[in-house]
Ligand binder design. Structure first.
Ligand code: PHE
Length: 343
């Protein structure tokens, strides 16, 4: 019996040493250490041997069992270690390689221009007042002195989105916000800007999109005069385009302001000499403005005998195009990274 056990241990250990494969290791475990394995078979015979030999045989059997179990555990560890070093060698990892660059997002040039405009108008005492993009024909036109079939409607080709009695539309300019701001703030004086998206049912070209932001301005108070409008516009141009920006005012016409005018700044590319950007006039058109028409004041709830005001409307994309020399308005919504990454 003792010989058998010693033999069993030697056989088992020499069978174990060449094994480097998990499946073979499992077969080995079943063969020698399993419930019906070689060692178990020896243990079963312990009861049958003479009593005086039993203690020594039992002791040796336990030693063999411990030796095989220890050898088995060591092999499991050795196989894992070998698999790890093989994979490290097969897939070398260079921890000194530089990391992959992370692509940073950035603000859209229209957003940065809008924010700059908010800041300038905020510094000049104008609060942001938000109004809706979906409007009625009444707000977008009629209360601004543009009745149905008025020829001025040609300037604002319109997306009607519900041909109900109210004639719901996408606003063609931010000017309907004047009425909403007046109705919300009456009877207080007003100094607000109204930024937001506008829509026009037009051919898309290098200079006009069907969707574009505008920033409207509105000041209503006692004794606001045309001189206040001129001074405010001049100050705005200085803050936006620099201390020495030269401005000029040109008479214009809008049904909701009287008188109306356009603000031009001297072309900052050619300094007035004439170039492609200013179409060789030396001047750039920046915004439309005027004194709020008495009918519009009345429609907003303000008595024109006591109140007066001025309004203006500008296109931030136009300003961004001038500032950054962007030749085509379609770049803004084109989502071309080659364009966007320049800002
Ligand atoms: N709403 C006009 C436009 O879209 C601009 C404007 C606003 C003109 C306010 C005068 C006063 O063209």
């Amino acid at each position: 019996m003792l010989d058998n056990l010693n033999q069993l241990r030697d056989d088992a250990l020499s069978a174990l040493s060449p094994i480097w494969d998990e499946q073979q290791l499992e077969e080995w475990r079943i063969k020698y250490l399993g419930r019906k394995g070689a060692l178990a078979a020896q243990m079963e015979q312990l009861g049958a041997i003479p009593k005086e030999q039993r203690a020594a045989a039992g002791k040796l059997a336990n030693e063999v069992k411990n030796a095989l179990e220890t050898a088995y555990e060591a092999k499991v560890g050795a196989i894992k270690q070998r698999a790890l070093s093989e994979s490290l060698e097969a897939e070398p990892l260079d921890v000194t390689l530089p990391g992959r660059p992370v692509a940073h997002g950035r603000l859209h040039p229209v957003t940065t221009t809008m924010r700059e405009l908010y800041r300038i108008w905020g510094d000049m005492g104008f609060q942001v007042f938000r109004t809706r993009e979906i409007e009625t024909d009444e707000m977008n036109f009629q209360l601004l002195n543009i009745p149905p079939f008025h020829p001025a409607r040609d300037n604002w080709s319109t997306f009607y989105i519900a041909d109900t009695e109210e004639r719901v539309l996408l606003r063609t300019h931010t000017s309907p916000g004047q009425i909403r701001a007046m109705r919300a703030m009456h009877p207080n004086p007003i100094r607000v800007i109204l930024p937001g998206m506008c829509y026009r049912y037009e051919q898309i070209t290098a200079r006009s999109e069907i969707q574009f932001p505008q920033i409207e301005g509105l000041a209503v108070g006692h004794n606001i005069t045309f001189a206040d409008l001129l001074g405010t516009m001049t100050e705005f141009a200085r803050r936006m385009f620099g201390e020495n920006a030269k401005v000029r005012f040109r008479a214009d016409h809008f049904p909701f302001t009287e008188p109306s005018m356009e603000l031009d700044v001297e072309c900052f590319l050619c300094k007035g000499a004439g170039c492609g950007v200013c179409k060789y006039t030396g001047w750039l058109e920046i915004l439309g403005s005027g004194m709020v028409h008495p009918d519009v004041l009345r429609n907003g709830g303000y008595d024109p005998a006591e109140w007066s005001g001025f309004a203006f409307g500008m296109g931030p994309q136009r300003i961004a195009m001038l500032k950054h020399d962007i030749k085509d308005i379609r770049y803004f919504w084109g989502n071309d990274l080659r364009f966007l990454e320049q800002f």
